[in-house]
Design a binder for this molecule. Structure first.
Ligand code: FES
Length: 578
């Protein structure tokens, strides 16, 4: 088996425990010492001679989305052993959305580095990546794709739905909807407290088509996970069985040596982006899969992605674009049934980690009579796909709009800008009754991009100013260089690139300027004369770096992070060109 070369050279490598020996200048001694130590755990020579499957352990008391990881690891180990391999679980960092300061995106690249280096450093013939919360699977795949070690993915799976006063609830689209009602005075403090115990009723990832579900569906479509892996609920027996099967598949990968780059081809990425459009998925997934592709030297062309959005209809009826939840998608046939419906738009020769092709997955897809979650292409939820790429004077390198979660009447809109200089400025002023704002205005938030915040927080879902919310305003055009949770909804233009903090055009907007959104024409423009903008640019100074930016990971992040159109990866993590 080949692999492990940091410099991309094809070096003949040992397998199993003989792989990647610690350097003492005497390989025999290194192996002897390694065996001596690992035998302290009670392993036999027979066990230590087997192909080794590394299993990432991302369990953390701070990460309820990964609360089922111990059960999944136990089942995966069973699968590895049934197939004749030796499972070795190892820890990496774990990142949960609500327990990551300043934002989980700030830590995604750190998790990718951790995962990559632990895969390289420890002897394994394949790796099973178990993750789920938004940034974790992208980070794990970025890391694994940078190695030559065969990899398979097992998402932790979605939570089951919650219930409140006869209504079905899900994290976190309904978190936002009900919190907006609380802000508007429709839900009192006692009830919102009660609701907080009902929105996330089980372990697992958010059960709407947020970022975690979107990434999981794309991971299945790109061929890195087994059929059903995206949708089987986190707490069901099906999920545990999938773990066992994934363990078995990991042994097969260890034996045949299929590398991530052999699965993650250009065609496979196109398949994944087709699914992203068809599920009305999260805007964040474009950034994550751009970063994964970048690790393999594959460029994601935003124009081609937008064209896909015009061709591919939204077929999956899940919140926030539709009405159902992930468990309903699962029982409707899940990703394989969706792929069957999308078959004419896909490259069915793309390979999967199960050793077959997408055509084989579709051939085995369950057809569920009478299901109403996966629509046909003849009767879609939205005719155009979920996501549109905008260009224009406010976003020369692109911005993103989730059309399927927007208010149709606002997709062609011109309004006066109301500018917030950063997230602190927004928090301080947005609910001030003296704020000069009207429903027709365009809310602008800047300095919330990869460098500006730092870490591009999910602040792009600017709240409706309280004084407008009280009058029943539910949506406004909003524009920022931030990201947005995949569970959010509204007419929201995100990822304006380049961001304000590095001198992007958003830095020059002033309250009172006119902004025009033309979703059909894919434009977002500032209607200010060039001469005026030139004078503003001459006066512009970059914002000060945050405290603590002189050292450590924050310095590394600020020095190295790329813009959204390059996946916000670190510049030094991309492979050298040529
Ligand atoms: Fe982990 Fe939503 S908070 S998936």
């Amino acid at each position: 088996m080949e692999g492990g070369s940091r410099h991309g050279k094809a070096t003949k490598m040992a397998s199993g425990l003989r792989k990647g020996l610690t350097s003492y200048g005497d390989a025999g001694f290194s192996l002897f010492l390694r065996k001596a130590f690992i035998k302290a755990m009670g392993f036999s020579d027979d066990a230590l001679d087997r192909p080794i499957v590394g299993i990432t352990d991302t369990y953390s008391d701070f990460n309820p989305c990964h609360g089922n990881v111990p059960d999944l690891i136990a089942a995966a180990k069973r699968g590895v052993m049934l197939a004749g391999g030796l499972p070795m679980a190892f820890p990496t960092i774990s990142v949960h959305e609500s327990f990551s300061h300043p934002t989980s995106m700030f830590l995604r690249n750190l998790m990718a580095l951790d995962t990559e280096e632990m895969i390289r450093a420890q002897p394994m013939d394949s790796v099973l990546l178990i993750g789920g919360c938004d940034k974790t699977l992208p980070a794990q795949i970025m890391g694994a794709a940078s190695t030559e070690i065969p990899a398979i993915v097992l998402p932790t799976g979605p939570m089951l739905v919650g219930h409140h006063k006869g209504e079905v609830l899900g994290a976190c689209t309904d978190c936002r909807r009900l919190w907006a009602k609380h802000r508007a005075g429709e839900i009192d403090a006692a009830e919102i407290e009660e609701i907080s115990g009902r929105l996330a009723p089980t372990k697992g990832t958010c059960m709407v088509m947020g970022t975690a579900s979107t990434v999981a569906c794309m991971v299945e479509a790109i061929g890195l996970a087994l059929p059903g892996a995206a949708t089987a609920p986190a707490t069901h027996a099906d999920r545990v069985r999938l773990a066992e099967l994934s363990g078995r598949a990991a042994v097969r990968l260890a034996r045949d040596g299929t590398k991530p780059r052999e699965i993650l081809t250009q065609a496979a990425f196109r398949n994944a982006f087709t699914v992203l459009q068809a599920i009305g998925g999260s805007t964040n997934a474009l950034i994550h899969f751009t970063a994964i592709a970048g690790r393999l030297g594959i460029d994601v062309d935003l124009e081609s992605f937008d064209l896909l959005g015009r061709e591919v209809p939204v077929l999956v009826d899940l919140k926030p674009s539709g009405q159902h939840y992930m468990e309903h998608f699962h029982w409707a046939g899940g990703v394989p049934a969706l792929l069957a419906e999308l078959a004419p738009l896909l490259d069915l020769t793309a390979r999967t980690v199960a050793g077959d092709t997408l055509a084989d997955v579709i051939a085995r897809a369950e057809r569920v009579p009478g299901q109403g979650v996966i629509r046909t292409r003849a009767a879609p939820i939205h005719v155009g796909g979920g996501l549109a790429v905008l260009r224009g004077s406010l976003a020369p390198r692109g911005a993103l709009l989730k059309r399927s979660a927007a208010t149709q009447a606002l997709l062609q809109h011109e309004g006066r800008a109301v500018v917030f200089d950063n997230t602190a400025d927004m928090a301080a002023r947005i609910d001030d009754d003296s704020l000069d704002v009207m429903a027709e205005d365009v809310l602008v938030l800047r300095n919330a991009g990869p460098v500006g915040a730092p870490g591009m927080p999910e602040a792009g879902y600017l709240p409706i100013p309280r004084k407008l919310a009280r009058t029943g305003v539910k949506d406004m055009v909003r524009l920022s260089d931030a990201r947005m949770s995949g569970t959010a909804f509204g007419t929201i233009v995100l990822h304006a690139t380049p961001e304000a903090a590095v001198g992007g055009p958003l830095a020059l907007v002033q309250t009172g300027d006119r902004i025009r959104l033309d979703a059909e024409g894919r434009r977002i423009d500032l209607l200010v004369e060039d001469g005026v903008l030139a004078a503003r640019r001459a006066a512009w100074r970059p914002p000060e770096r945050p405290a603590g930016a002189a050292r450590g990971y924050l310095k590394l992040f600020l020095d190295q992070v790329l813009q959204a159109d390059e996946g916000c990866d670190f510049a030094f993590c991309k492979p050298p060109r040529g």
